[in-house]
Design a protein around this ligand. Structure first.
Ligand code: HAM
Length: 434
């Protein structure tokens, strides 16, 4: 009996040990090998933001649930099923599922309507949605977003938002981009279209989800991916036939600006987006050989008012950065490799080791980047490490050098070396590196 018990215990311990702790489902570590992609993305975003005059904003990761219930919409998938909820006393808080509602909240909270309009903001940060993880769909993912808030609903801003996201993807060498665009009308023309859509779908044998959408959000039926709903889409009424004069002219202007820029686009009558705050222009940008949208956005003229502000037209986009990196990898986009140190520091003996950190600080002050293996004791082990990098010079600091206040500078290609006094060694290294 005793023997059996210990065996089970051992098995359990072994199992737990083998598995260990893992990151939470749908959430991933960004490993050092991928940081080059992230640095490139961050620098392109800030370059573009600088050029097109967007200012950076960072909002908290945790927000009131109500912000998204009101802003994104009670009957959207995001609010119905995907928010990570936290409780803090009476407050119902959530990990933000998207950035737009939060940016508008900040716009109102900090009185940005008193600033010269429009206010152009951008952000980069993690978002959280409790979705079923699959290719390109995660529970924690990062978005870069650009928002133009205020100054009427001039269609030139819609085009500038599309252009900014397009240029960003282009700057990452992502080719064959497909900008799909549609309009979903406004408060005055959309109800009529919605009625037509409901009439059309009422007698169709649509999936359960769409039957529910028919009551809550009929436009979303057009976005259904279920096989049985596809054939009905072909003959479904399209919004272009029901637009009011204002929406029609708005949409035409956006397309004209795109054409003027020679920016390719395709009209997609079924594009409706999954968040309730949109009106008029909606768009998504796709890349070849990748199923999901890399960037999505549109106009959201009613959101500011829905969140308690005054009427403030706005338009924006968010780009899914993990997806962008997946496409960059698929396209084998080359990135400039991180510059490796040209100088490798080696210490031998306890006195030299004791003085190494302050010597390295001196090198740092002079802008000389070094490689090191400070924890390794032997000269051989440190030299082996130096050989693995791209160092041209090794600095060897031993017991004798520590006493004599000197250091050996060794040319790693030829093996020749010389001893130099510490008050001259920086100058000597710089000379040799030239
Ligand atoms: P969204 O379409 O929900 O829009 O997300 C924007 C982009 O984020 C998507 O095109 C996709 O690239 C990425 N994305 C969304 N969900 C996931 C996920 N689970 N895993 C990986 N990537 C994902 C918005 O969030 C709006 N706030 C966009 C916007 C800004 N509209 C106006 N301004």
């Amino acid at each position: 009996m005793f023997k059996k018990k210990t065996t089970i215990k051992k098995v359990i311990t072994r199992k737990t040990k083998k598995k260990g702790y893992q990151s939470v489902k749908g959430m991933h570590d960004v490993l050092p090998k991928d940081q080059l992609y992230w640095s490139k993305i961050r620098s392109e975003i800030s370059n573009l933001a600088e050029y097109y005059n967007f200012n950076r904003i960072d909002t908290p990761i945790v927000e009131q649930a109500e912000l998204f219930e009101k802003g994104v919409g009670e009957t959207t998938d995001i609010v119905e099923k995907q928010m990570f909820t936290l409780r803090s006393g009476r407050d119902k808080l959530v990990l933000r599922p998207e950035g737009t509602a939060a940016v508008v909240r900040a716009f109102l909270e900090h009185g940005f309507s008193h600033l010269p309009q429009p206010v152009k903001l951008y952000y980069i940060g993690p978002m959280f949605r409790k979705e079923r993880p699959q290719e390109g769909r995660f529970r924690q993912f990062h978005q870069a977003g650009f928002e133009i808030i205020g100054d009427g609903n001039d269609p030139i801003y819609d085009t500038q938002i599309i252009l900014t996201s397009y240029r960003f993807l282009e700057s990452l060498k992502i080719k064959n981009l497909d900008v799909q665009i549609n309009t979903i009308g406004c408060k005055s023309c959309r109800p009529d279209y919605r009625r037509r859509l409901v009439d059309y779908y009422r007698k169709k044998d649509i999936c359960k989800n769409c039957q529910r959408r028919l009551k809550t959000n009929p436009l979303r039926i057009l976005d259904c991916k279920e096989e049985k709903c596809q054939e009905f889409k072909k003959n479904a009424p399209i919004i272009l036939d029901y637009l009011c004069v204002v929406c029609k002219s708005q949409f035409e202007s956006v397309l004209e600006y795109l054409e003027e820029l020679d920016l390719p686009y395709s009209l997609n009558n079924h594009l409706v987006r999954g968040l309730d705050y949109y009106n008029q222009t909606v768009f998504e940008i796709f890349a070849e050989d990748f199923k999901g949208a890399l960037a999505s956005g549109g106009r959201y003229d009613y959101l500011t008012k829905m969140l308690g502000g005054k009427d403030t037209p706005a338009v924006g986009v968010a780009i899914g950065l993990e997806r962008v990196i997946m496409v960059m990898k698929k396209n084998k986009v080359k990135l400039p490799a991180k510059q490796k140190p040209k100088v490798f520091f080696i210490h031998v003996g306890s006195l030299a080791k004791k003085k190494s950190l302050s010597l390295i600080e001196e090198l740092k002050k002079s802008g000389i980047k070094i490689g090191e293996a400070l924890g390794k004791g032997s000269l051989q082990a440190q030299l082996r490490q130096a050989d693995k990098g791209e160092a041209l010079l090794a600095l060897i600091f031993g017991q004798k050098e520590a006493f004599e206040k000197s250091i050996i500078i060794r040319d790693l290609a030829t093996g020749s070396q010389e001893s130099v006094l510490l008050d001259k060694f920086i100058k000597e290294i710089k000379k040799k590196l030239k």
